[in-house]
Design a binder for this molecule. Structure first.
Ligand code: SF4
Length: 315
């Protein structure tokens, strides 16, 4: 399989580019995800010429504007250079299907980067790192996550699902959208979307129904915006249970009663959190393949990313 292009803070791949000459190698990124992702490493602070080692910087609230300042000399302000770099790199990074940033960084952090006041005291409200903030303005639908948050299995799975789905959209719809391609894409994501948000799934269905009527570029743009929003919700246990039961409904007439009751038992045990999601999914998938139920075989819900990633073993 062709590797998926994903951006990453260079220090997470073990590059010694941090202010003190160290790195923040993430084995999950550099050893596991690198089997499927073709990483594009970027160190914004290095790219604006700050060098290694360099003086530390941080976010400062200056008259309600978040600036990136030298910790010891506030006359040194790097905000505009980091913004300009993001503006310059944004078109080159247009083909990325996701981005993994280093947490807490005044350049790369996406969530809850600490902000200080001009007297050096920490403030209550966090902000985004300057490079990440500007890049997000240009690519609002690009899945973005922080390496630290990927330690949370639910956030990790959600991010990986969104990257693979983004790649699928780019490969199969984006370059030349047609009503047929959008309908096929929507059909194979049906159960996965339901697991993330039933409400958004319904809105997407209504949108797809207009695919032959309204201009296809408008439908395509709106579809992918809403699709991205839908997948960004973490799938809840009850939603998974509903989807699993719905899928079982397609198999019922084909299965002997013992098989049906053992799948039902595994769904119940998953609901009670006695076993992980992988168990009922694997059982269902086995019977779907055995009976060659084409509609379900194509469902991304059963295989949203390579099995080897094993993410549902912990959900
Ligand atoms: S967090 Fe970003 S700016 Fe800091 S060292 Fe890593 S890649 Fe460079």
């Amino acid at each position: 399989m062709k590797k998926i292009k994903v951006g990453i803070s260079a220090c997470l791949l073990g590059q010694a580019v941090r202010f003190n000459g160290s790195h923040k190698n993430s084995p999950f990124c550099s050893e596991v995800l690198s089997k499927w992702f073709d990483f594009t490493p970027v160190c914004p602070e290095l790219e604006i010429g700050m060098g290694v080692p360099r003086e530390p910087i941080r976010l400062v609230n200056e008259n309600n504007q978040i600036r990136v300042k030298n910790v010891t000399d506030q006359s040194k302000d790097y905000t505009e250079e980091l913004y300009a770099l993001a503006e310059k790199r944004a078109p080159e990074l247009d083909d990325l299907c996701g981005y993994i940033f280093m947490q807490k960084s005044p350049s790369c952090g996406v969530f809850r980067v600490k902000v200080y006041n001009q007297n050096g005291m920490p403030e209550t409200n966090p902000a985004m790192g300057a490079f990440a903030y500007k890049l997000k303005e240009h690519h609002p639908l690009m899945p973005m996550e922080e390496a630290g948050r990927l330690n949370d299995i639910r956030l990790r799975e959600n991010f990986i699902i969104r990257v693979f789905a983004n790649h699928d959209w780019r490969e199969n719809v984006l370059s030349q959208p047609t009503a047929k391609k959008i309908v096929e894409f929507h059909t194979r994501y049906k159960f996965l979307l339901q697991a993330h948000s039933e409400a958004d799934y319904r809105k997407l269905g209504q949108l797809v129904a207009q695919a032959g009527v309204k201009p296809i570029d408008d439908i395509s743009t709106e579809y992918f915006r809403l699709f991205t929003e839908c997948l960004s919700y973490i799938a809840k246990i009850n939603n998974h249970v509903n989807v699993l039961m719905h899928m079982l409904g397609f198999l019922k007439s084909k299965l002997p009663s013992e098989a049906k009751s053992s799948i039902l038992k595994s769904i119940d045990r998953y609901k009670d959190q006695k076993i992980n999601l992988i168990v009922p999914v694997t059982m269902l998938k086995h019977y779907v393949e055995l009976h060659n139920i084409e509609y379900l075989l194509n469902q991304k819900y059963l295989s949203p990313y390579p099995y080897e990633l094993g993410l549902r073993n912990d959900l």
